[in-house]
Design a protein around this ligand. Sequence first.
Ligand SMILES: [Fe+2]
Length: 296
Amino acid sequence: MPGFKMKPKKRRRSGFYCDKMGFEFLAYKGLETGSREVVSHVIKQDKIIFAFESSLNPGNEEMGKHLIKHGDGVKDIAFQVEDCDFLIKTAKERGAVVVKEPWVEQDSHGKVKYAVVQTYGDTTHTLIEYMGPYKGLFLPGFKEPLFEDCLLATLPAGGLKFIDHIVGNQPNDEMVPVSDWYEKCLMFHRFWSIDDKQIHTDYSSLRSIVVTNYEETIKMPINEPAPGKRKSQIQEYVDYNGGPGVQHIALNSSDIIQSLTFGTGGSLISSLGYPSALAPPPTTLTPTPTPAHTPV
Ligand SMILES: [Fe+2]
């Protein structure tokens, strides 16, 4: 379940994913629900959930500092877990930096435990543990969405199913230490690895190690640049991002043509601009992969 942190116009940006990609509004929190620091619009399509968030007050350091340093980009990748305390204790013992110790939030629908751990660059992982069945729309504090897109009922399904993988780009020689961190601190294992002989163009090369959780429901390719005729696309990302960070979120589709032509009246011709339209509008992104039935 990814969430997007941004400022301003989060409603319009969440609407973009509804109008162009077939998401529906799921939940909301903001001043109307008693949330005085953060406003959040949550959208959903099959197993994919995005939460678009923005600060309500000036001086929000968590969002502001990240936007100043990195511009638009991913801030956090959250995982649903079975035992938050155990994972945080283990990660700490193995050298992980814990940004926020476990805490609990609850409302009339149930109780949820959270914790936040640091990963590459300024990226973090939020761990989310449901302490019993949660009967609310999303998470404690969230209420009915403020908006409903009346056009959606007239459109075909978007065809997007789940988050396939989330890529983290690293500077040179950082791929192995970062993938080792996932193996050591979050008990992931290597799923696949490739070198620059396999992924390259005439000018740009990269190396990648894909790490995954025990049940292999979460895929996290960790990339680094490799020498080529010109600067690697990975190094270009790192330069423009101001350090390592999340490069892209891949979404599984049951029918790529259907997903590509969503919102275009079914015309591939009018969807030719889609790849550029797909680039997320300016935003700071907080992705949370789909729930995994694993320790992490
Ligand atoms: Fe990818």
